[in-house]
Write a protein that binds this ligand. Sequence first.
Ligand code: PLP
Length: 395
Amino acid sequence: MSRLANYGSEKASHFTESVIREMSRVAAAHGAINLAQGFPDFPAPSAIKQAAVEAILADHNQYAVTWGTKALREAIAWKVKRDYGVEIDPEQQITVCCGSTEGMIASLLATVNPGEEVIVFDPFYENYGADVILCGAIPKYVRLHAPDFHLDLDELAAAFSNRTRAIIINTPHNPTGKVFSREELLLIAELCTKYDVLAITDEIYEHILYDGAAHVPVWTLPGMAGRTMVVNSISKTYSVTGWRIGYVIASAEISRSVRKVHDFLTVGAAAPLQVAAASALKFAKDYYRELAAFYAARRELLYNALAEAGFQCTKPAGAYYIMADIRPFGWDDDVRFAHYLTREIGVAPVPGSSFFCPDNPDAHLFVRFCFCKGIDTLQGAADRLRKLQHFKASG
Ligand SMILES: Cc1ncc(COP(=O)(O)O)c(C=O)c1O
């Protein structure tokens, strides 16, 4: 066969295109309400939009320093100190990236060697699987058990070994809404210390918490400051998923490695948007309280609509997604169900299997809905989902 017959690389052959983003296209094709991809359909805060316009007019339009505009790095360090009491050196410990998406893969490429194992909780945000493969590393999955997606601490301990290089921890968690408890994180910290393992923590939903749930940054736990890479972004907290501004916080030594990888991946994130992001990070604490209350109302609306339609689901403790069990409708094929719902009912979810390891017995039993939408959008989805209730009664 000609060498040119297949241009795809070996690594690229091991993962598919993003199912989340594919479902957004399917939703648009069928005129369905898109509760698949987690992006807001309401305006971003005026203050941050104004700051972006001013930054462009003030000619912040050329490459920023590759690891991030000084004002943004200082704002990140200021906010981390205010929220968690942790002192970070903005000159040496922060790398601004193109979203946390780049932050995650830059962190992995900077620290993980081919053949090493990376622990990933299953289900997981779909990028992590591809990221680990692109590093030539081996994902080691640890299950979160439905319906409440709890962690079995013995299974966790059994996953660590001398082959483990890193663990990815996403809390609050997409897709399940789980917020890892201090006890769970303390055990993870203990195991990381015992096996000399790095922690890469995706904290993008740190402010979207419900019912008094608290976010515990792994970095603050004993023995973890030197071995943790915090991956975060402004996408979700300030409702600007299209700006692509994220950041990695790590020790000076790890940051040197992350900065090199980042430089050659993307050179830098959009310069004027970095200036505007710095102003967002300075918002007062009330902003974050209001954000959580804003999403709590939407969680209530979508949860009630799903329960009324006949789904079985657990209320998330954080983030803005609900995993819904499709078995009450007699289905056990999440992909067909997600397409059916989009086409016939007019509401698009993401098939759960895009978040699970294929051998997980729950892989095909869930679909994920997001509620980062206006009340009218969610009300419209609730009205459409009522048709499913009739389907269940007659089907
Ligand atoms: C857990 C998690 N991490 C990262 C991302 C991507 O974030 P960003 O827009 O900062 O690249 C998402 C987006 O949905 C997410 O849910």
